[in-house]
Design a protein around this ligand. Sequence first.
Ligand code: ADP
Ligand code: RBF
Ligand code: MG
Length: 169
Amino acid sequence: MKSLPYFCRGEVIRGFGRGSKELGIPTANFPDSVVDNLPADINTGIYYGWACVGNGDVHRMVMSIGWNPYYKNTKKSMETHVIHTFKEDFYGEILSVVMVGYIRPERTFDSLEALISAINSDIGEAKVKLQLPEHLKLREDNFFTTAPASSADLSSTTGSTSQTILNGH
Ligand code: ADP
Ligand code: RBF
Ligand code: MG
């Protein structure tokens, strides 16, 4: 995928509230402004990379892009599970992410347990792959050191509530 690494950020919006309640795996959802800006060669499926909330610490992440076939969503979503335990929700804050690698396509499952165990194995794969030097260096990218503290800061610098950067340029 020539568009990787792919950097983007935007406000965290509310989804169906299923991630935490049904799966025990919260996912921070991006608005349409971020989803609609994805380059054509970024296929739906599961990605891994780095993420930070506001101008906070950079953590590992896994992201699902698509229609959640297990739930048959009608709207394409882009949801990030940050591999970190936060003290509080962060709706309305700016989530900055870099997608560095692809894991697998989205699929449906026979049970909720099977979906949960697939997500846990994605998290395991992300933890292994993110140790590669080429991935570790993206954690230090300026994109994160200059992350806006709030959506007001993002819109005052970009005139928008989202931002996307291809291949770090
Ligand atoms: P929704 O359907 O509204 O996205 P979820 O149940 O998926 O609800 O929970 C996502 C919300 O949980 C995020 O928007 C964020 O505010 C919060 N959250 C807490 N910890 C995490 C985490 N580690 N990764 C992603 N979101 C988290
Ligand atoms: N949903 C699916 O329907 N099929 C999948 O294969 C799938 N894989 C996922 C992998 C990861 C790493 C994450 C974070 C989510 C995945 N989801 C998948 C989305 C999941 O159904 C969604 O996060 C919840 O429904 C909450 O919105
Ligand atoms: Mg969610």
